[in-house]
Design a protein around this ligand. Structure first.
Ligand SMILES: NC(=O)c1ccc[n+]([C@@H]2O[C@H](COP(=O)([O-])OP(=O)(O)OC[C@H]3O[C@@H](n4cnc5c(N)ncnc54)[C@H](O)[C@@H]3O)[C@@H](O)[C@H]2O)c1
Length: 376
């Protein structure tokens, strides 16, 4: 099969090496199956810079870009454009790998589902945190039944991103202009996505509460310490925290899982490591004598051997090797003409609870039903 021709939408603003367009250009440069042949950005200088780095064509107009002979697009534009640009590409039967979140509203989700139904192309949500080594290892342990029945799981995205609210000259970026469109709940996918990937479940109900903070800039306030409590269709309880403005050290990929036969928690800092306790293998837990945690990564050789074997080129996209494995799955699905692992329904399963959670928080934490994209 000839190389798949990829187009990048949204080259990157903040500087070379920090934006998603650049990450995908670097990750695709190592692909044996794909090549970046076009870059589109509403700012021509951004498109030209990124296109030069990929020896690709640059476009400042959307329609000519879509019609330049591409097979697939990677959508790295601000959140408010993901749904409409995904739908436009699917209408032309171009495969879509969309940055997170999939959509910014329930109505946009309906329109995207409708466009996907009419298309012969595949859609995948680029939820790269699902592809972290730690998450894949826990997913395989869960599939192997090592935790027993999992009834509780948590995720946290605590990442001080205030630097990204203005550019080097102090002008507000799309984030600084409220470009996440509906509030922090919409950015829950890095925390919720991996939990649903591990559990193979979807969220049925959510309630949320938020604190007001004024850490963004003098005189500006926003509700950015966002806590979601969820019940899944499978009867599990999930908790997610999304906080992109609190001044503190980062932990953007914290997860925990509790089952009837075992537990797992990510690192918390100060030399802490991801850890696990399994009832069939480790010492018993008693009220007056706690069982001990064990290093999660002791299980890597048994459960994720192929991940230990990849070379440094697999790290080119960032986030460890997650972009490498995610692109492999997306390209593999196109080649085999089968749905990718995080297809549109699963992508919306990671996204829609955040939108319902914003509704809940503005109603004082009321329980809200989350729409099922399979019934849209
Ligand atoms: N998966 C992850 O780890 C991760 C990390 C950061 C950001 N993101 C997501 O990636 C996307 C891009 O984030 P970023 O940090 O690269 O942003 P960025 O500001 O660095 O880059 C966005 C680019 O999009 C361009 N743009 C603006 N409007 C556009 C439009 N209508 N069509 C085409 N291009 C447009 C801008 O000119 C800019 O070049 C966001 O949706 C964000 O939610 C994901």
């Amino acid at each position: 099969m000839a190389h798949l021709r990829f187009g990048i939408i949204g080259a990157g603003n903040v500087g070379v090496g920090t934006s998603r367009g650049d990450s995908f250009i670097r990750a695709l440069a190592n692909s044996e199956d794909a090549v970046v042949s076009a870059v589109y950005d509403i700012r021509p200088e951004n498109a030209e810079r990124a296109a030069r780095s990929a020896s690709a064509q640059s476009f400042a107009e959307f329609e000519p870009f879509l019609d330049c002979g591409l097979d697939a697009v990677v959508i790295c534009s601000p959140i408010a454009f993901h749904a409409e640009q995904s739908a436009a590409a699917l209408e032309r039967n171009l495969h879509v790998l969309s940055e997170v979140p999939a959509v910014h509203s329930t109505e946009a989700a309906r329109q995207l589902v409708s466009a996907a139904t009419r298309s012969s192309a595949h859609y995948m949500l680029a939820e790269n945190y699902c592809y972290l080594d730690e998450v894949e290892l826990v997913r395989r342990l869960a599939q192997d039944g090592r935790f027993g029945e999992i009834y509780f799981a948590e995720g946290e995205y605590v990442h001080d991103c205030r630097d990204l609210w203005a550019d080097d000259e102090g002008r507000p970026t799309w984030r600084g202009q409220g470009g996440n469109t509906i509030g922090p709940g919409v950015y829950c996918t890095h925390s919720l996505g991996p939990l649903l990937f591990i559990l193979e479940d979807r969220v049925a109900h959510v309630c949320a509460l938020a604190n007001e903070t004024s850490t963004v800039a003098e005189g500006r306030r926003g509700s950015f310490n966002f806590i979601m409590l969820m019940q899944t269709a499978g009867g599990r309880t999930l908790r997610v925290r999304v906080d992109t403005v609190s001044p503190r050290p980062h932990q953007a990929a914290y997860y925990s899982v509790q089952g009837t036969a075992g537990a797992y928690e990510s690192w918390r800092g100060l030399g802490d490591k991801p850890k696990i306790w399994l009832s069939d293998e480790h010492e018993e837990s008693h009220c007056f004598e706690s069982a001990a945690w064990h290093p999660l990564m002791d299980y890597a050789e048994q459960y994720i051997p192929e991940r230990l074997a990849v070379g440094d080129e697999a790290r080119a996209g960032g986030h460890g090797t997650s972009e490498y494995w995610m692109l492999r799955d997306f390209i593999g699905a196109i080649k085999r003409d089968e749905p990718p692992p995080i297809d549109l329904h699963r992508g919306l399963d990671c996204t829609l609870p955040g939108i319902s959670a914003v509704e809940s928080a503005s109603a004082g934490g009321q329980l809200v039903s989350v729409p099922d994209p399979r019934r849209m």
